[in-house]
Structures are given as C-alpha cells and as structure tokens.
Design a protein around this ligand. Structure first.
Ligand code: CP
Ligand code: NVA
Length: 329
C-alpha cells in the first residue's frame, strides 16, 4: 500500500511512476465523489498556508476550494503579505509557518527558495510553480489526458514553444516517468537544459518513454495525441525578452495546420493563462508593438472542440485536492 503522508512536492522527479499513478487515481476518485455528492472530508482541523510571490488564478483557487471541500482552512499570503524576503529569511519564515500550519503551498521565483522552505518547514510543502517546475499542474494535465485516452503509456504529447520553461520541463519529466512519447517542438536554443534531458532519458530507459526534440513543428506534431503550449514569456522574466521570443517562437504557434498534422482525435492543452486574443492588457500591448493578434495559440484552436483547456483547469482543483489529501492528511 502506498503512503505519501508527510511528503512534499517539489518536482515529479522525486516520485515513482506508481506514486504518480496513485495521485492520478485519487484525483479521479475525488472528482467522482464531488460530482456524486459522496465526498468525505479528510482534512478537518488542518490549516494550510498559501504563499504566493507571483500572481495566480487557478493554483490559488484550486488550493482554496479543495481545502474547503476537505474541511481545511487556508491563509492566503500574497507577495507583500508577510515579512518574508524583506525582513525575514525563507528559513525563518518556514520554521514559523511550520509550527502553525499542516502544509504550505509556495509559488516562487527561484526553485532554490521552495527547496529552502521545504528544508526548514517540517510540514509538507507544495511547489505551486517555480522558475524550473510546475508539478501540481502535471497531475491535472495527466488526469485530463487519461480522461480522453484512458491511458498514458505510448501517448504522444508535443509541447510547442518555449520548451525550456517550468511547464515544458515538468511535462518532459512527467512523460518520462509515465512511459509517454514527449516531443519538444522548439528552436534548439529553447530546448530544456541538457542536464535535465539526461536525467529524463535515464528514467525513460526504465519506463519505455520516448523523448524527442525537433525544430520542425509540423513534423513533430505528426500523429500526436496531445498538442500542448504555454505563454512565450513566463512570470519573472524581464520584458526585454519579448523581442527575441516573438522572433524565435512565432513559427511555433499552435494553429490549425499544427492540429491537422496531429491525430484526428488529438486534443489541445494549455496550462493557462493564454494570449489567444486581444482581451488582455499584455495581449493589447503586444498587438500595438508587434502587430500580433494572437500568440502561442490561435483563437480558432483555443476555442475549438479539440481544446480541453477548461477541463484541464477544473482538474487543477481535483488533483490539488488529491495531493493535499495524500500528503497532509
Ligand atoms: N496554470 C496555472 O498555474 O495558472 P495560475 O497562474 O492562474 O495559477
Ligand atoms: N510558464 C508560465 C506558466 C504559468 C502557469 C509561467 O511561469 O508564467
């Protein structure tokens, strides 16, 4: 019997395929229980701190609703909501919060910071996104893929765009662990770090996963089950990188040609938020400066039947609930 009680979640690299499968099964069970009205609160009397150095819609709300459904209480601490960083170190903050809370979610800039918090907290810490990884997103993504294709083994997932960001790194790790076929369709300059690729290739040898890297997006997308993309400039990166990213990544936009190259029953996923129209401030600014009406994905694909992005977003809540129930209960 698997027991994840007391564990922290920094990256899926620390979890075995069986442990990941356990979280996926529990996510499915908790989703069914919520829909069926049979959910049993397992976190009554628990408290969780939600520390955010960066903004969030999905991750914050998923933790809050999941905690509430399970009977736990949350404290949201935004970027300027505590002494951390300015007057108090991460290690000291961790030791204070660890005495009051049963779990801590931390969305941070530098991955080392969530590792530092975890080192000192003494309670489970969940990485709610760092510059390197976004592990809670992965459980929701894998769950959404299983809902469509019933399995993960052999599923071909093509990540198009900024393949060296936190989401792409995490998808490569998740694919390696779960025996999937992962392709990064991106300019070479934006492929994941060599060290992480090597680490994932070692895992792939054991799980039968295939990991590929391709500069030709149409070729990469051929016969894919899942086409995935993310924004071209991540939170915490300077505005100055927009110029280069637009130049490098415009050919990697997910459009109807890319979807046509994939399987007939392929789905489109995106962790969100997305610049697929001009209804955001940044979308408008980029349009004024560069003339782009849509960026990493066309509005046509985003709004199409193949797009499962809102199922994926909903699954953030069910899967984060599973993570908390498994590790904090
Ligand atoms: N996908 C995701 O993490 O979204 P938020 O930034 O809104 O939490
Ligand atoms: N790569 C994006 C993911 C947002 C959920 C970022 O870090 O901003």
């Amino acid at each position: 019997m698997l027991n994840l009680k007391g564990r922290s979640l920094m990256t899926l690299l620390d979890f075995s395929p069986r442990e990941i499968q356990y979280l996926l099964d529990l996510s499915r069970d908790l989703k069914r229980a919520k829909y069926a009205g049979t959910e049993v609160p397992k976190l009554v009397g628990k408290n969780i701190a939600l520390l955010f150095q960066k903004t969030s819609t999905r991750t914050r709300c998923a933790f809050e609703v999941a905690a509430h459904d399970q009977g736990a209480h949350v404290t949201y601490i935004g970027a300027d909501g505590s002494q951390m960083g300015i007057k108090e170190s991460i290690a000291d903050t961790a030791r204070v919060l660890g005495r009051m809370y049963d779990g801590i979610q931390f969305r941070c800039f530098r991955h080392e910071d969530v590792l530092e918090l975890d080192k000192y907290a003494g309670v489970p810490v969940f990485n709610g996104l760092s510059d390197l990884f976004h592990p809670t997103q992965m459980i929701a993504d894998l769950m959404t893929i299983i809902e469509e294709f019933k399995t993960l083994k052999g599923i071909k997932m093509v990540f198009c765009g900024d393949a060296h960001n936190n989401v792409a790194n995490s998808l490569m790790v998740a694919s390696a662990k779960m025996g999937m076929h992962f392709v990064a369709a991106a300019p070479k300059h934006l492929w994941p770090e060599e060290k992480l690729i090597d680490q994932c290739k070692k895992i792939a040898k054991e799980t039968g996963a295939i990991l590929e890297f391709d500069e030709d997006i149409i070729k990469a997308a051929k016969d894919a089950h899942v086409i995935y993309t993310d924004i071209w400039v991540s939170m915490g990166e300077p505005d100055s990188v927009w110029d280069e990213r637009i130049k490098l990544l415009s050919p990697y936009q997910v459009n109807s040609n890319v979807m046509k190259s994939a399987r007939k029953d392929a789905i489109f996923l995106h962790c969100l938020p997305s610049y697929h129209d001009l209804k955001t401030d940044i979308g408008k600014k980029i349009h004024e400066k560069y003339g782009l009406k849509e960026m990493e994905v066309t509005d046509e694909v985003f709004e199409s039947k193949k797009s499962k992005v809102f199922e994926e977003a909903e699954n953030r809540m069910h899967s984060i609930k599973a993570i908390m129930v498994a590790m904090m209960r």
